[in-house]
Design a protein around this ligand. Structure first.
Ligand code: FES
Length: 124
């Protein structure tokens, strides 16, 4: 059983991402999210990532981009998937690949002045 690894709300202002145990917890304009912390490409730590203008989480290593509401990879690592972007068969491959590459997603709550990942003891 893992601990909930609370984060002080003050340490999670809009636009930031922090580590909470096995989770990358972020604040996109006041809306909190938690996704599993290891990038599906080469396991970079997504809690060291950034949030882009669309509110997606960007991997610090090769800039894979994830939709934090579904965990889906919406843009592949630079130099890996982008090259074949216009080939339809390859696009189908990327879409099915993206399902495998999905991050786990957890709800996040504010408790007092802390932020906690709900159900943190399941497969964290
Ligand atoms: S490890 Fe995340 S994009 Fe490569």
């Amino acid at each position: 059983v893992t601990k909930p690894h609370p984060i002080a709300s003050d340490d999670l202002p809009p636009g930031t991402v922090r580590r909470a145990g096995a989770w990358a917890v972020g604040n996109r304009d006041g809306e909190l999210f938690a996704v599993s912390r290891r990038c599906r490409h080469q396991l970079a730590d997504l809690s060291a990532g950034t949030i882009d203008a669309d509110g997606c989480l960007v991997c610090p290593w090769h800039q894979s981009t994830y939709d934090v509401t579904t965990g889906a990879m919406v843009k592949g690592p630079s130099g890996f998937l982008a090259f074949h972007r216009h080939v339809e068969a390859y696009a189908r491959f990327v879409r099915s690949y993206s399902r495998v590459l999905r991050l786990r997603v957890r709800p996040v709550s504010r408790r007092g002045d802390q932020v906690v990942v709900d159900d943190a003891d399941h497969d964290a």
